[in-house]
Design a protein around this ligand. Structure first.
Ligand code: URP
Ligand code: ZN
Ligand code: ZN
Ligand code: ZN
Length: 459
């Protein structure tokens, strides 16, 4: 099967030009002017459109037992929604709890994805406890092509690790050439503040943010950086949400700590007033770290524009209205998560590039290229070049529309970005040379998505 994409404007993290792209099988084999194709080639006219490298979401939850329930997605539903929004690869958190066997967890997560995903995927392997047996298993998992770990400083007793386990995990990661991603909130403080608020009768969703204030995230971020500094490991803060945490991360970067920063799309566009609306409407906006005071958003946009925030993910984690209502008597029981896998690229393009807050190359970098580089997928993914996988997004910048749960592919009964205007949309999306979205309609092939092997990086 060959594919020829004609007359598009190719935009990568560092280049912009008009050219045709020729794809043979799964790979880009030629880029040039006025390319001719043999008979039988599928030709797509991309006149007036941008052609971006397939976008990469570095932080999603698909299969996730969490807070007395399960996140709603399967790889079938999650990858379809991803592709409709231009994301052609995602990195899922493989997160067995600390009461489960790590290797069995890894096999379980792998099994959930195998044969079910429309797009390519890989995992960050969560380290939720540390002992000799787990360390030996982690070595095997790295050999299987997983080159990133995940630790949670929060969620004590479930996913969370203590400082000793964090130290041991970072030492192993340093030895193996594995980057460690971390959810940075002080677990002890969150637990104490939750109990205090509940004992004062403060049980509604509006108390979620005060139970995990900005300073609690800043402390977790600073502590993670201190542990990186003293182990030589390379780290990546996930879903950084506020200026104090950003300042802590920037302090660490300034002293030379190898630390990268991810923020997620909800924190750029939604603020804590959404979680103060009362009732289930508020519960839909509960995630951790929580939606913050709006003044943080400018700090995030500025840091993103300058490249201090490296990547933008989603932390996609869908729970429907009925699941959110598990927390009707206490905010501590509201399942945490706001789904965004389908909307991340369109929102970042619209409120970043189209509205003048973000250079278009930085947009491609933050939503695709940088994740490919940090997690061992570049240049196979994250760019448009001869030899790269033909994961391509033909994007229509003239589209105007609004986000709505009524038209979404995401497997959920609401959309946290309901009514948000969108200034662009993927028209065609390919997965290794095969069209998965055509004229905005889903035509993907279940099981085409593959687990991507990633090698150690030794930063
Ligand atoms: O609220 C969130 N973030 N839900 C998913 C779990 C996590 O902490 O990433
Ligand atoms: Zn991540
Ligand atoms: Zn997290
Ligand atoms: Zn997450």
């Amino acid at each position: 099967m060959a594919l020829l994409i004609k007359n598009g404007e190719i935009i990568t993290a560092d280049s912009r030009y008009k050219a045709d792209i020729y794809v043979e099988g799964e790979t880009i084999t030629r880029i040039g002017q006025s390319l001719e194709a043999p008979p039988g080639t599928e030709v797509i006219d991309a006149s007036g459109q941008y052609v971006f490298p397939g976008f990469i979401d570095p932080h999603v939850h698909i299969y996730l037992p969490f807070m007395a329930t399960f996140a709603k997605d399967t790889h079938e539903t999650g990858s379809k929604a991803a592709l409709m929004g231009g994301t052609t690869t995602y990195i899922e958190m493989c997160a067995p709890s600390r009461h489960e066997d790590t290797l069995e967890g890894y096999q379980l997560w792998k099994g959930k994805a195998e044969g079910n995903s429309y797009c390519d995927y890989t995992f960050h392997m969560a380290v939720t406890r540390f002992d000799d047996k787990t360390a030996a298993q982690l070595r095997e998992i790295v050999k299987d092509g997983i080159n990133s770990f995940k630790i949670f400083l929060s969620y004590k007793g479930f996913f969370g690790v203590d400082d000793g386990e964090m130290y041991q995990t970072l030492r192993l990661a340093k030895e193996l050439g594995v980057i460690v991603t971390a959810h940075c909130e002080n677990a002890e403080l969150v637990g104490q503040l939750q109990q205090k608020l509940l004992s004062e009768g403060k049980t509604g969703p509006e108390w979620h943010e005060p139970s995990r204030p900005e300073s609690v995230e800043a402390e977790g971020t600073a502590r993670f950086a201190t542990f990186l500094e003293n182990t030589g490991a390379t780290g990546y803060v996930v879903h950084l949400s506020c200026k104090p945490a950003l300042d802590a991360a920037m302090d660490a970067k300034a002293r030379g700590v190898p630390l990268f920063i991810e923020s997620v799309i909800p924190h750029f566009l939604l603020d804590k007033t959404y979680a103060e609306r009362g009732g289930v409407e508020a519960m839909k906006y509960i995630m951790s770290p929580p939606l913050r005071d709006k003044r943080n958003q400018k700090a995030l946009w500025d840091a993103l524009a300058m490249g201090f925030i490296d990547t933008v993910g989603t932390d996609h984690c869908p729970f429907d209205t009925a699941q959110k209502l598990l927390g009707k008597d206490a905010f501590t029981a509201i399942p945490n998560g706001i789904p965004a896998i389908e909307d991340r690229v369109n929102l970042l393009y619209t409120y970043g590039v189209s509205r003048g807050n973000l250079d278009i190359h930085r947009f491609v970098d933050a939503a695709s290229t940088k994740s490919a580089k940090l997690f061992g997928l570049f240049p196979r993914k994250g760019t448009i070049a001869v030899g790269s996988d033909a994961d391509l997004v033909i994007y229509d910048p003239s589209y105007r529309g609004k986000i709505s749960a009524a038209t979404q592919s995401v497997n959920n009964d609401y959309n946290g970005f309901e009514g948000f205007e969108i200034d662009g949309k993927p028209r065609v999306v390919t997965v290794r040379g095969k069209v998965a979205v055509r004229d905005g309609q889903f035509v993907g092939e279940k099981g085409r998505g593959k687990l991507l092997r990633r090698e150690p990086m030794y930063f």
